[in-house]
Every structure is written in C-alpha cells, then in structure tokens.
Design a protein around this ligand. Sequence first.
Ligand code: TXA
Ligand code: MG
Length: 321
Amino acid sequence: MAIIGKNIQEAIKFLEANEVIGLPTETVYGLAGNAFSTEAVTKIFEVKNRPTFDPLIVHTSSIERISDFVREIPVKAQLLAEKFMPGPLTLLLPKKENISDLVTSGLETVAVRIPNHPLALELLRNLDFPLAAPSANPFGYISPTSAQHVDNQLGMKIKYILNGGECAVGIESSIIGFNGDEIVVYRKGGLAIEDIESVVGKVQIQEYSSSNPQAPGMLKSHYAPRTKLIILNSEPEYRPFRIHNSKTAFLGFKDFQPNVPRENQLILSPTGDFREAAKNLFAYMRALDARGFDIIYAEFLPEMDLGRAINDRIRRAATQE
Ligand code: TXA
Ligand code: MG
C-alpha cells in the first residue's frame, strides 16, 4: 500500500524523481507525474493501464504559467480562464514543443487545468514543471474521490498519495475546446453548461461516440462499476414492483424506492441539491459496487445544471459494451 500523507516536501521528492503520486483536486483524485518527463508520463499510462491514444490533462497553478507550455490563448478561452480558474474547467489549447506527443496522444492541443484545491495548488507552485494527471482509477472504472479510493486500487503500484480529504466537486472537470469561433464542450463536468454560457454565449455539446474516442472521456462505457447497473427511468420493463429483492440496490437522487430494502439504497441528495449529488456520486457507486449486489438500479436526475454531467456518468456506468 502507498503512504497516505499531507507532506508536500515528500510529494515533491517523488515527483522530482519522476515517480507518480496520488494528487487531490476538487473534482477527483489524479495520478500525477512531471508533464515534461517522458519517464514519468510513461509511468502514468502503465500504472493506470490506460491506452496511449487517450491523452492526459496538464495541471498548473496559475493562468500566467499556462503560457509556459501553450502557444496562444484565444480571447474566449481567456475569459473563461479568468472567471473559472482555478476550478473544474479544462481548456484545450495549442501546445508548445515542451509538451510531448505522449501527453496529447499526438494531438496539437493540450488539455490544461488549474485545480481549485489548496494542497494541489501549493504543490504546483513549488514545482518548476506542470503535472500531467488523469483520474487515479484503473482505466474504465469509477474515478476516486478520496485518498482511500486511490489506495484501494492503485496503492500497490505507487508510493505516495497526497491526502487532501474528500473531493468537494466529486465529478471530473468540464472540457472545452475552441474551433474558430465555435466553443465545444467535449465532456460535461463539474462546471455547469449554464455557467459557461453565461460568460461566452451558446456552446456546442459534442455527444459521445464509441467509434471515435478522439475526445475527452468519450468512450461510451466508462466510470463503470463491476456490478450490472440499470437505469430505472429509461427501462420500463424494470419498474419498481419487479425489483423487490435482497440482491438489488438503488442509487437515487432525492427519494427512496418503496420496493427496495432501505438498507440497499443510497440517496445522492435528499434535498435535491445537484452539487451535493455530484459530490456523493462516485463514492456511492463504489460503496454499492463493493456489496456484491446482482443489480444496481439508478435513476437519472433532471437534465439541467450539474444534473447533465451526473446523468452522463450514470449513462456510461450503465453501458456494458
Ligand atoms: O477533473 C479532472 O479533469 C480530473 C482531475 C484529476 O484533474 N482529470 C481527469 O483526467 O478526469 P482523465 O484523464 O481521467 O480525463 C481527461 C479526458 C480524457 O478523456 C482525454 O481523452 C481528454 O481529457 N483529453 C485530454 N487531452 C485532450 C486533448 N488534447 N484533446 C481532446 N481530449 C483530451
Ligand atoms: Mg478518467
């Protein structure tokens, strides 16, 4: 198992030796290494068992430092950066040569993010290189929202996890690219589309495609528990009266299901708060997944605000391809 601690100096020591560590952020935990080091970036792909066609996000501590590895920042990207960075926003920007093709999977753009987490920011400020970091889960599984989640799955492969407590946002960053004048959301995430549009106007939403996963988190099956997950409100044949069974679980938004044993149910936000629901989503999926149920039923949230990003995660968790 890895050492779980809060020692920034210790984290720096590992990173400067081209090791990878668990990194807390406000969205989910990352698996971080020196973005300028081929050795460290190679380790990230190995530890995560991630295919090299899936590029990594590069994390830094300030808008000024983005220019260390990005050629230019379009006006609308700058507006978004000033408003939402640090925060759950990732921008796709033209890369400089110091970012290797390994990081971007050969793409000309690099994904850039400033995490809004005090420990992560302090660490980044004390490094003279940015950190490449995917979510710290084995490829395809649910993202980690605590140091313990990281240790459970990757602890035998890494030496250190910086413990920043539970992630406040709980789902990954929203990923945005710029296509001339067009703004494209490639992954719905912790920053609501409504907030993005309030700054830059109407955006396009790129829906996922399993045949062309060139874009962010776009593989159809992702964030998936091992237990079969079925979405209740899109599968009429599985109405509640048929699911009364000690081996079934329910992951709900606000309300319990009358016909599922109470102890088999987790409710994301009894008050119907999207932020609370996002924060709990992955931890609750993991908790239910660990209990050996035959089926986990889940329901969609209203398709608005962070409900859209949460529904996207639930949809992909349910896809068994
Ligand atoms: O909240 C987050 O974004 C977390 C924390 C750790 O920062 N990171 C995260 O990384 O979710 P990851 O690797 O699990 O997901 C990043 C997504 C991937 O689906 C990848 O395909 C996409 O970003 N991506 C990275 N660089 C890209 C690029 N240049 N163009 C298009 N998509 C890119
Ligand atoms: Mg991920």
